[in-house]
Each structure stands twice: as C-alpha cells, then as structure tokens.
Write a protein that binds this ligand. Structure first.
Ligand code: CA
Ligand code: CA
Length: 144
C-alpha cells in the first residue's frame, strides 16, 4: 500500500457514499485518513474518535473508518450504542471487504464499499428516522 492523497473527485465519491449510507440508518459514519502516526492504529483511532467528537451522537451510534496509509492499517470503530446491540464480529465482513481492496491499492473502492455495507448493516439496529439530523459532518477528515 503506497501513500495516497485523495483527489477532489475521489473525496466526493466517499462523501457521496457516506450520504447514501446515512439515508439507511441513523448511524453516523466518518472517514479519517492520515499518513503514519507513531502509535498503535487502534489506540490512535480511539483518539481520533474523541477528537472528532464522535461520541456526541444522541444514540451513540457513530462509526469511524480510520486509515493510516503508511502503515497499511484500517480500523473500524463504532460507539457504545452499537457495541451494546451487535455481536462482537459485527464488523468483520466490512473489515475484510475494505482490507481486501486495500491490498490491491483500491483505497477509494474499499472505503466506499465498506461505508455502504456498514450503512446496510446498521439499518437493522438503527433505522433511518424521518426527522434525521446529520449529527456528524460527512466530509473526509485528514490528519498529518
Ligand atoms: Ca443522521
Ligand atoms: Ca453524517
């Protein structure tokens, strides 16, 4: 996996995928991409989750897609409300799909499919509500 920077078009594809996923579920999805943090990806993902104030959703159903490009790492992290409702291996299929595409350097495709899958999976537990609020921005967040 080489380092990568999203083009404007690719960024739009991902924002679109998040928007689409959030039309299925009240869950809030975010993507954070950074190069090479000097820490354990899971620990770092937890920090980013806090930094983006993702624990502030009403139903505690925020989901972070965290990517460390130089480390070839991907972490999917859901908030408390999700953990309380779903089985431990809930994200496995999503994770495998994303990582499978990453191995072939298809980052955008991997993230896009992962986000859409996550939206579908969350739908059963957190259905979309007519009075939905976009609690967390759909923009892609980036670190150094
Ligand atoms: Ca929402
Ligand atoms: Ca959102």
């Amino acid at each position: 996996m080489s380092d990568f920077n999203l083009t404007k078009e690719q960024e739009q594809v991902l924002i679109q995928a998040i928007t689409e996923a959030e039309q299925q579920t009240s869950g809030e999805l975010r993507i954070h991409i950074e190069s090479n943090p000097d820490t354990d990806p899971m620990e770092r993902a937890k920090k980013v989750f806090e930094m983006l104030e993702m624990h502030q959703t009403a139903l505690r159903n925020g989901v972070l897609f965290y990517v460390a490009t130089a480390q070839r790492s991907f972490v999917i992290l859901g908030d408390k409300g999700i953990h309380e409702l779903v089985a431990k291996d809930f994200w496995n299929e999503v994770k495998e799909t994303v990582i499978g595409h990453f191995k072939e350097d298809n980052y955008v495709r991997g993230l896009k499919e992962g986000v859409l899958m996550a939206g579908q999976q969350l739908q059963a537990f957190f259905p979309y509500q007519d009075d939905d609020i976009d609690e967390l921005s759909n923009e892609i967040s980036k670190g150094e």
